[in-house]
Structures are given as structure tokens and as C-alpha cells.
Design a protein around this ligand. Structure first.
Ligand SMILES: *Cc1c(COP(=O)(O)O)cnc(C)c1O
Length: 367
């Protein structure tokens, strides 16, 4: 007989006895301060998935010898709940996050789970802590699912026990400004045969030191390059887009392909779909190298460059340091103070209008 999978109808709730005040929206940043409750679902190889539990937000109890603490068996997701003008709360393409978490889990030998039932449990958690979903445009409730291997066993096979849990953090708008990137020629984030396309914790810890060195040098984030030809892959937690005119004279929005190196962003996929629907210019997923970008800048063919991810939506890139030279990228030639280029701004507002329910879309999933 098949072992039990996640079953949202078996969800139990233990409510907090000490509800937190909803933080003043003006104080909200990103990633700090959590709501009243969290969702926990345990798995063991012998018994399958246990009944999902919602309980007060608080420390987890984990064996010191747990797999995750020794070997970094951890995958995560990042998604948001948005409040529409009429007060309803929506998720944005959450099934893509469920799929990606499954894919990441598979890569780490974490167990398979029922994506729809897990999403139902997440919706229930958001419904319960709904008062923490800010109502201001640009604000949201960030949802962080974590999936960890918890078996206490130093034997490096795979974790026969796991914990899937979710907590929520009210988030303010990303401060709108342009960013400066350092195109690193010494450090790599991902490589062929590696795990760059999975949202697993092991990809992020080794990136911290190069990223902090880059901040010390006055840049915001690293633009990760790969290989001797300096293929432009992506930024710390953002996919990278260039809007330019190709040497053949074609106006093109281009981003790295899903070649196993970059993280398949939900924002990336959504922006590509929007731009393809407009049909105003070519939209390509293909490899671009740093020397090609430098040549295009020298020729005056680059129109805009931006990063894209759930946290910031889009973020215009104004400077790229490469081999000791600061290359300036145009933002908006018509407005020296602009923080978004014209195309970047258009993509941003179309996406936000969908996320905040102004534009009806099949991507919107009501809780
Ligand atoms: C999460 C992430 C992104 C963006 O993905 P979204 O689904 O759009 O939020 C891009 N790159 C990396 C490395 C990431 O971890």
C-alpha cells in the first residue's frame, strides 16, 4: 500500500496565545519579522507524510546530527501573497514554485510530495495570518517554504526523514534604485553538471564571501560569469536581461537560456511571456558573453539591462565592473534621474498590475 502523501484535509491548527501586532508598513523591509504561525509537515521513509500542522511560529527541534546540519540537505522557495484593491489576497503562479521545490528536492534525495495539497496547506496558513498581508501597493507577504533532511545519521547516503515547513514575513517595497554589478572573472556560482538550476541552500553559502567582497568594493551584487568566454549567467538572486540592438540591427530582449546553469525564475518566465505577447521586439533565451555586451556598449547598441526576481520584481542595472573597467549602462536617456528604463518600467507595471489584481490573469491564484 502506498504511504500517505500530504493531505490538506488532515491539517491541524494550534493557534498562538500571544498574537503579534501587525508591523507598521512604513517600517517594513525584507526578510525580517515573521507572522504568528508556521506550517510544518514531517516525513519518514517508513510512515510517509504525517498530517500537516499549523502552529505558533517558533524554534524547530532538530537532532544535532540531522542531515541538514551536516551536509546541507536543504531546498527553499520564495513567493509572495499580494492584497488587491478589493481586499482579496492572491498568490502569483504558486504552482511554479511547487514544481521547482519538487525538482530541487529530487536533486537532494528529499522525498516527493503532493504539490497541490502542499499549496492548499500554504493557502490555509496565509488565510490564518491574513492580517499580516499589507494593503499598500508594492507591499506583500513573503512566503518562505523550506525543505530539510532531518534524519540523525552521519552516514552519507540520503536522509530518510524530512521536514517541510513554511513561514511568512511581511515585506515592504524594494527600494527603487539602479544597481551596480561586478562581473566576476574569478568566482563561479554554477557550472555544467552542477546544481545552479536548483534552489538549494548549498548554492548560496559559497556565494556569500565573493558577494560581500563586492559590496565592500562599492558594488551591489555579482554578475556571475561562466567559462573562458565569460558567458553572462545571472545575478545573486535575480535573472539577468539585456534589451539591445543586435549587430544585425534587430531589437531584442535577451536572457540566459534554461541550460542547467541559471535558476529558472518565475519572474523571468513571466516577463518573457509578457514581452512575447506584446510582439514589439525579438525575445530570446540564448547565451550572451561579456565581450559581446562590452562591444554592444561601445557601439551604443545597449538600450537597458535589468535583473528580475520575486523580491525586487525588476531592477535596472546602471553599471557593470568588468576587468577593472566600470561600464555604464543606459537607464533612460530621456530622464537622468530615472530608476527604471522605459522597457523595464513597462514590464514592472504590467507584472505588478497582475500581481495586485488590477489586470485579471490566469496567473493570479486567490487564497
Ligand atoms: C530565486 C532566484 C531567482 C529568481 O527567481 P524568481 O522565481 O523569479 O523569484 C533568480 N536567481 C537565483 C539564483 C535565485 O535564487
Amino acid at each position: 500500500m502506498a504511504l500517505p502523501n500530504i493531505d490538506a484535509s488532515k491539517l491541524t491548527k494550534t493557534l498562538t496565545t500571544a498574537p503579534k501586532p501587525v508591523p507598521d508598513s512604513k517600517t517594513l523591509t525584507f526578510g525580517k519579522g515573521f507572522t504568528d504561525h508556521m506550517l510544518c509537515i514531517r516525513y519518514t521513509e517508513d510512515d510517509g507524510w504525517s498530517a500537516p500542522e499549523i502552529k505558533p511560529y517558533g524554534p524547530l527541534e532538530i537532532d544535532p546530527a540531522a542531515f541538514v546540519l551536516n551536509y546541507g540537505v536543504e531546498a527553499f522557495e520564495g513567493m509572495k501573497a499580494f492584497r488587491a484593491a478589493d481586499g482579496t489576497v492572491n498568490l502569483f503562479r504558486p504552482e511554479m514554485n511547487m514544481r521547482r521545490l519538487s525538482t530541487s528536492a529530487q536533486r537532494l534525495m528529499l522525498p516527493a510530495f503532493d504539490e497541490e495539497q502542499f499549496l492548499e496547506c500554504i493557502k490555509e496558513l496565509v488565510r490564518l495570518d491574513e492580517r499580516f498581508v499589507p494593503s499598500e501597493y508594492g507591499y506583500s507577504l513573503y512566503i518562505r517554504p523550506n525543505f530539510i533532511g532531518t534524519e540523525p545519521n552521519l552516514n552519507l547516503k540520503y536522509s530518510r526523514e524530512a521536514l517541510l515547513y513554511v513561514y511568512l514575513s511581511p515585506a515592504g517595497p524594494y527600494f527603487p534604485r539602479t544597481v551596480k554589478l561586478h562581473a566576476s572573472t574569478t568566482d563561479a556560482r554554477a557550472w555544467p553538471g552542477g546544481v545552479g538550476s536548483f534552489k538549494v541552500g548549498g548554492n548560496y553559502a559559497p556565494a556569500l564571501r565573493p558577494a560581500m567582497d563586492c559590496v565592500k568594493a562599492g558594488y551591489d551584487q555579482i554578475l556571475w560569469l561562466l567559462g573562458d568566454d565569460h558567458y553572462v549567467t545571472e545575478v545573486g538572486t535575480m535573472n539577468f536581461f539585456i534589451f539591445w540592438t543586435t549587430p544585425e540591427g534587430v531589437r531584442e530582449l535577451v536572457t540566459a537560456p534554461l541550460d542547467g546553469i541559471i535558476l529558472p525564475g518565475v519572474t523571468r518566465d513571466s516577463l518573457l511571456a509578457l514581452a512575447r505577447k506584446w510582439g514589439d521586439f525579438a525575445v530570446s533565451e540564448r547565451r550572451v558573453t561579456m565581450p559581446e555586451l562590452v562591444q554592444a556598449l561601445a557601439d551604443g547598441r545597449v538600450l537597458e539591462a535589468f535583473g528580475a526576481g520575486t523580491a525586487c520584481v525588476v531592477c535596472s542595472v546602471a553599471t557593470i565592473l568588468y576587468k577593472g573597467v566600470d561600464y555604464q549602462i543606459p537607464v533612460d536617456p530621456a530622464d537622468p534621474d530615472a530608476v527604471y528604463g522605459p522597457l523595464t518600467a513597462r514590464l514592472r507595471s504590467e507584472l505588478l498590475d497582475i500581481q495586485y489584481g488590477k489586470t485579471p490573469s490566469p496567473w493570479t491564484v486567490s487564497i
